[in-house]
Design a protein around this ligand. Structure first.
Ligand SMILES: [Cu+2]
Length: 147
């Protein structure tokens, strides 16, 4: 093969490579765009609240839930309970949780400073619907679904 022919072949190979590279990048871009449009399910918030709530387990006549409290917020932060049955949320708070340990639920009349380590939030939901709760500075949020 002459030098010129080699050069031409290389150019053709480069063109092929660029064609495939551009094609693959375009395909990935399309996949991510479609995911972006259809990937976010209805009801999902930008904050990323989970779609399926943590369901309280009945222990005796009390509905029990467990919730971790840290600087990252409440986990889980979407809880499901039944109306008219006492609820006990057993919390486990980290030392560095800061204002997240200030549990505020105006609908329940609760404004409670949670102890580091284990503590409890107790209430009885009297009506169905959603109860919002936040940390003291309203940065971390959550929802209790009452049915
Ligand atoms: Cu806060």
């Amino acid at each position: 093969m002459s030098k010129k022919k080699k050069q031409m072949k290389r150019t053709a190979d480069n063109r092929k490579f660029i064609f495939w590279a551009v094609g693959i990048v375009a395909l990935i871009a399309i996949v991510f765009t479609v995911k972006g449009i259809y990937g976010s399910r209805p009801g999902g918030s930008p904050g990323g609240s989970p779609q399926t709530p943590a369901v309280a387990q009945l222990e005796g006549n009390v509905q029990v839930l467990y919730m971790k409290v840290s600087a990252a917020g409440y986990s889980p932060n979407y809880l499901a309970v039944k109306q008219g049955v006492p609820v006990k949320i057993i919390t486990d708070s980290t030392q560095d949780a800061g204002c997240v340990r200030g549990f505020v639920a105006p609908d329940l009349g609760i404004n409670q400073a949670l102890n580091v380590g284990k503590d409890e939030i107790n209430f009885t939901p009297t009506k169905s619907g959603q109860i919002a709760f936040t940390c003291q500075m309203r940065m971390s949020t959550g929802t209790i679904e009452v049915s």
